[in-house]
Design a protein around this ligand. Structure first.
Ligand SMILES: [Mg+2]
Length: 348
């Protein structure tokens, strides 16, 4: 059966909250990111965007484009409160919700009426929060995310399976997952500007130039994406670390610690019902310099042996242990809360 994935993205989230809270700001260019010229724009209201202001731009540049804009500080606690309310709405409609950031999430609604659910979500967000969201619906995460971006603000866009290839053809390569300015420049050099250009390109040639990324780009250009929606817990990690009494050079001592931390952190995961995907090892050397290295598993786990073996591999293959070690830590990130029993049974 085809999957049915929804991507919800709040419209100008921080700015819309401020406008809702203070009707005097309605219809005006509101820029969130602080009043100091040294700051960066976090969100610009749609009115501010008309002046060319966009997120990630410096406040200084924004003020040049929009000197009469209303510049406000970031009130993260307030936005997080709203984010939790939105998440509650999502949970009403799906057991598999993957928040991507404070204001967007994927929902797996396979087997349900996706369009109805999307309309309900928009209505709930409007009724309960007096805010708007744009929603994309398609057969996988990549396409759903592209769809939500098409008719912003307050959009609802569906990309059907049979439309995928034609839909993607005229879009810029920057719409592909992970294509930033650098990859864009490299692709442009090859005469590739649109997703359709990648569709028509030779796969082997792409692989010879971009390696594994080349195959990914090619698959994405045809709308192929097999990544599942996962009940990720945002911004949470579980970890343990410790400083040695005396700086350590013996790798076996480091491994011993990792084993100990693997058992403890695995116990915490099990007691909270979480699985994890990314295992990070942190090392502070005798000169206080610090390094962290990670490995991401394809299957989420809470098994201490898997955590230990992976952390050991990270330690032995990704660090250049040339100095003695003062502190070692194990941090588990990418927490997943498997409400879906299928995911639970994937425990190793
Ligand atoms: Mg947004």
């Amino acid at each position: 059966m085809n999957k049915s994935i929804i991507h919800v993205d709040m419209d100008a989230f921080y700015a819309s909250i401020e406008q809702r809270n203070n009707p005097n700001l309605m219809g005006k260019p509101v820029i969130i990111g602080g009043i100091s010229d040294r700051g960066v724009v976090c969100t610009a209201s749609y009115e501010a965007r008309e002046y060319g202001v966009h997120s990630a731009m410096s406040i200084k540049a924004a003020k040049r484009l929009c000197p009469n804009g209303i510049y406000l500080p970031v009130r993260m606690e307030e936005y997080k409160k709203e984010s939790r309310k939105i998440l509650k709405i999502f949970n009403k409609y799906s057991d598999i919700v993957e928040p991507l950031s404070i204001d967007e999430a994927f929902l797996d609604v396979t087997g349900k009426k996706a369009v109805n659910i999307a309309k309900h979500i928009k209505k709930d967000i409007g009724d309960e929060l007096k805010l708007t969201a744009s929603i994309g619906i398609s057969i996988n995460k990549f396409l759903a995310k592209i769809a939500s971006d098409i008719n912003k603000p307050n959009g609802l866009t569906i990309i059907k399976k049979e439309e995928v290839i034609e839909f993607l053809k005229p879009l810029s390569v920057t719409k592909l997952w992970g294509v930033g300015p650098k990859t864009k420049r490299e692709l442009n050099k090859l005469g590739i500007y649109y997703i359709g250009d990648i569709q028509a390109y030779d796969l082997d040639l792409l692989i010879s130039m971009f390696g594994k990324r080349g195959k990914e780009l090619y698959d994405f250009s045809y709308g192929l994406d097999s990544r599942p929606v996962e009940n990720r817990v945002l911004n949470r990690s579980i970890g343990e670390e410790g400083t040695f009494q005396r700086d350590v050079k013996d790798i076996n001592k480091l491994i011993e610690r990792l084993e100990h931390y693997s058992i403890n952190t695995s116990r915490k995961l099990v007691s909270k019902g979480y699985l994890i995907k990314t295992i990070t090892v942190k090392i502070k050397y005798s000169d206080f310099s610090m390094e962290t290295r990670s490995m991401t598993l394809s299957i989420p786990t809470n098994d201490h042996n898997v955590i230990f073996e992976t952390s050991k591999r990270v330690l032995m293959t990704k660090f250049n242990l040339h100095k003695s070690v003062r502190l070692i830590g194990l941090i588990l990130i990418n927490l997943i809360y498997p409400k879906d029993p299928k995911q639970l049974s994937m425990k190793i």
